[in-house]
Write a protein that binds this ligand. Structure first.
Ligand SMILES: [Fe+2]
Length: 372
């Protein structure tokens, strides 16, 4: 794919700051008052025919500074900071109201090294630094679903922010998380007392809430998981693992409660939004010929190019290709760790008498009926 393919020419102006763990890009939507380049960011970019190029060779992609599709300015638009966590390919978001500096954090990552089993907070601390730098007030921490590939930093951030801003931001997730907690609580022997009250808000379908002067609307987008939500804020939808970049397509549907039929419907719900609507994805795993993560694509772009859900792909075709693909996928590397922590909202099990915090790991036998 050319660097200036139709998809990429619709990408926003992008300014990068690289730290050891995360790629932080500030994106300001068309109605934001100014582009807040600090000197470091300006140094990392050079203008070339309207392009802003990151210096990093690892993420050396170009983005047009102007959208090819002008969005009608009918609703207040947020400032969106996408922060890429490369170990798990997760896109974390800080979405702010430029008028009041209220913001939400969506799908934050807690760093986990599965070799050493060390937890650290570099990625989450980078989000806190970003919030501090811009003078934001975090009103809520939002999860799109119970992730199976990374551990959420929601609980850590809530605790830190309660101290820093004298307000404990509630953690919100979809109301169907209770089904997911019950299912995996039983599977991993997590007692209900450890997960029952860890989420402060259980969103209903189509519920709305404010972020300063902005309005966010909750969209139920089942398929990848049954509890899965998207958050529509202005002309942006933070769709979690519903849609991935067009060259990847969609997320797997083979977790318990996942369903390819549901994902097809959820995808079509997203792609029936106005064509200029930006769909911000929860992960990106850029192939070599693309190289850099791309956080969003318009509805128009997906309808033309999405590998799985572009216009013309039928429900039956989608379900067949999703099932065929899912049958070949291995388990996510952090599946068991993620689920056991994430149904607890990012909290850890109580220490044992020996002082260790323990998780359960199921064994598999090959052949399945192996006995001795
Ligand atoms: Fe997921």
């Amino acid at each position: 794919m050319s660097l200036l393919s139709p998809a990429r020419t619709m990408m926003p102006g992008a300014l990068y700051r690289r730290n050891p763990r995360t790629l932080i890009r500030l994106f300001i939507t068309s109605t934001a008052p100014t582009v807040a380049c600090n000197s470091h960011i300006i140094k990392s970019c050079r203008p070339l025919s309207g392009l802003c190029l990151p210096r990093s060779s690892l993420y050396g992609f170009s983005y047009s500074t102007h959208s090819a599709m002008a969005a009608p300015l009918t609703v207040p638009e947020p400032i969106v900071h996408d922060v890429f966590e490369p170990r798990t390919g997760t896109l974390q978001y800080v979405v702010a109201d430029p008028a009041t500096k209220s913001c939400v954090i969506i799908d934050p990552v807690l760093d986990f090294d599965d070799t050493s089993r060390n937890i650290d907070t570099d990625s989450a601390d980078a989000l806190l630094a970003l919030v501090r730098k811009h003078g934001y007030h975090v009103e809520r921490i939002l999860e799109t679903h119970a992730h199976a590939d990374h551990i959420t930093a929601a609980s850590y951030l809530q605790s830190r922010l309660a101290q820093e801003q004298n307000h404990k931001p509630p953690i919100g997730i979809g109301k169907r998380i209770t089904q997911v907690q019950k299912l995996f609580g039983e599977r991993y022997s997590v007692v209900p007392a450890e997960y029952k009250t860890v989420f402060d808000i259980l969103f209903g379908d189509n519920e709305t809430f404010s972020i300063g002067a902005l309005t966010a609307t909750v969209m139920h987008l089942p398929g990848h998981t049954p509890d899965h939500l998207g958050y529509k804020i202005g002309d942006n939808v933070f769709c979690g693992d519903s849609l991935f970049n067009a060259d990847i397509g969609t997320a797997r549907c083979d977790f318990p409660g996942g369903n390819a039929d549901d994902l097809f419907r959820s995808g079509k719900t997203l792609l029936s939004l106005p064509e200029h609507t930006k769909i911000w994805t929860g992960h990106d795993y850029p192939p070599q010929d693309r190289g850099a993560p791309e956080p969003w694509m318009t509805v128009h772009g997906h309808r033309e190019q999405n590998k799985h859900l572009r216009d013309g792909v039928s429900r039956d075709e989608f379900v067949a290709l999703r099932r065929e693909r899912d049958a070949k996928l291995g388990e996510p590397r952090l599946l068991h760790q993620s689920l056991q922590i994430n149904i607890r909202g990012g909290r850890f099990p109580q220490p044992t008498a020996s002082g260790h915090r323990m998780l359960l790991m199921p064994f598999k036998f090959k052949p399945k009926d192996l006995q001795w």
